[in-house]
Design a protein around this ligand. Sequence first.
Ligand SMILES: Nc1ncnc2c1ncn2[C@@H]1O[C@H](COP(=O)(O)OP(=O)(O)O)[C@@H](O)[C@H]1O
Ligand SMILES: [Mg+2]
Length: 275
Amino acid sequence: MTRGSSFRPSSFPMHNLELACSESDVTEAGTSTAGAPVLAAKDVSKAFGSLVVLEGVDLAITRGEAIGIVGPNGAGKTTLFNVLSGAYPPSGGTVEYDGNDVTNLGAAERCRLGIARSHQVPRPFGGMTVFENLHVAAAVGARRSGPDAQVLCLDSLELCGMLQVSNRRADTLGLLDRKRLEMARALATDPQILLLDEIGGGLTDAEALELVGIIREILARGITVVWIEHIVHVLLQVVQRLVCMESGRIIADGDPLAVMKDPAVIEAYLGSVSV
Ligand SMILES: Nc1ncnc2c1ncn2[C@@H]1O[C@H](COP(=O)(O)OP(=O)(O)O)[C@@H](O)[C@H]1O
Ligand SMILES: [Mg+2]
């Protein structure tokens, strides 16, 4: 495996990939602390000015798990991903990766360590082909170059069913392919954990089910998956654990069916019923 690729054209909007290129002082995934969660939020809070968006969030994610996150709009789900991936620093609390405190690392460094995420609204480099999008991710996120990068890109394309469109410009893709590209691009960073933010959003049930097959294959490769999704019956085909958020807090966490029957979860979705 090649590390430290020099492929980093200066014209690319790097913020879009949330990647960086400096060596990290944090232990690489292969030398993890035994038994530690792969990723954990500890008493995490986040406020934007006076607006408190996350409060007292504790979430320990075990390696190999498939976790679903549900909750009403505005519950703080995407913000939690932003804090876990390093896009936003938390206002309080810590984030640990493989037993190491990564709270002060930015998104780019966390991506290098193995934390990948997709965005609720796909954010490809529209003027580049699908393959070029992946190549940037492999080069910058996984420090791959040459044949090593190509193998990783082709593998990610194949896994996401995108080989046929690899030479298409990203801005010509339909929504399902843009969603696939979000996943393929994240996979091309060679992650340990994948945070999927409403990857099924805007798709038909049949299209979302296509993504389920891809996510199952990702899990079979040992990559941990945390998936925010509103299409619960699709989510439940993959996850063994369900977390429900409301108003910046985790209100239920555990067996998916038990969580769905939890009165607090039902109330969060439906509001209290008064007669
Ligand atoms: N960058 C930001 N600046 C200010 N408010 C934000 C920002 N990001 C999210 N919020 C607010 O945080 C709350 C939670 O948003 P979000 O995490 O996107 O919720 P969800 O993904 O559960 O729908 C919302 O009220 C949203 O408007
Ligand atoms: Mg969201």
